[in-house]
Design a protein around this ligand. Sequence first.
Ligand SMILES: O=P(O)(O)O[C@H]1[C@H](O)[C@@H](O)[C@H](O)[C@H](O)[C@@H]1O
Ligand SMILES: [Mg+2]
Ligand SMILES: [Mg+2]
Length: 289
Amino acid sequence: MSKSHDPWQDAMDHAVAVARKSGEMIREVVQNQDQSSLVQTKSSAVDLVTETDQKVERLIIQSVKSKFPSHRFIGEESVSSGEPCILTSDPTWIIDPIDGTTNFVHRYPFVGVCIGFAVNQQVEWGVVYSAIEDKMFTARRGRGAFCNGRPLQVSTQTDVHRSMVATEFGSDRDPQVVDKIFSSLHKVLSLPVHGVRGAGSAALNMCAVARGSVELYYETGVHVWDIAAASVIVTEAGGVLRDTTGGALDLMSRRIVAANNETIATRIIAELEVYSSERDDRAPDCEPE
Ligand SMILES: O=P(O)(O)O[C@H]1[C@H](O)[C@@H](O)[C@H](O)[C@H](O)[C@@H]1O
Ligand SMILES: [Mg+2]
Ligand SMILES: [Mg+2]
């Protein structure tokens, strides 16, 4: 693909610019405002949202609409206020204004502005801006992955006993779900692996796979906006994406494994409990009464 014939390069350039601007807004709040009394909750008592999540999503969508009026959107906070979460074949911007809202609220310095772009249900490019670290992760399908302009490459490790794994506890505190999380964690830790980490952001965990800091990241309960942008960053850095069942990644299935290679992916997947969250693209009108 030659750059001059890339129809989506303008859109990607716009995403980088608006992600940077969003990051400035986020840093400003982190430096000057205590969020603890301003937090609201969504699907559970620990699924947090702030005014800044909503403001950043509005900023991104308004700026894109004025430049690309025919494009569609799937945004975390728009879906939360009732917009549909359906990925058609039309050019679609998939937005998580703050991935790592709990980190943001607690000033734990890993928050990502995530903007992915899909056409014909394939992610064409992804931008993840780690706002506090000032790291801009980008990837265009077929053209490699970068952090602040430097190429990214996954780790070459194939020995699971020398690997580092990332995961998250999520925001579902249903005791059965918590049991499954701990069962997987117990098995993975006991392999043993070198260590288990979690950045508090699905997208930044995936960027950690892309840059070779961890061999694998897995989680059940993620949403399409958490993973769409970073999915292409992982594959363009040489990594692989899977469902926790071992099958192909389905962006709407709420389950993800992102790994440096097939060997590590297969070995860890064998230890994971498979369970389901409600799909992102469920049609509410079709639900039984
Ligand atoms: O809601 P935001 O956008 O902060 O994203 C989520 C994270 O990305 C998950 O990995 C993580 O496990 C949490 O569920 C968190 O909610
Ligand atoms: Mg998120
Ligand atoms: Mg978010």
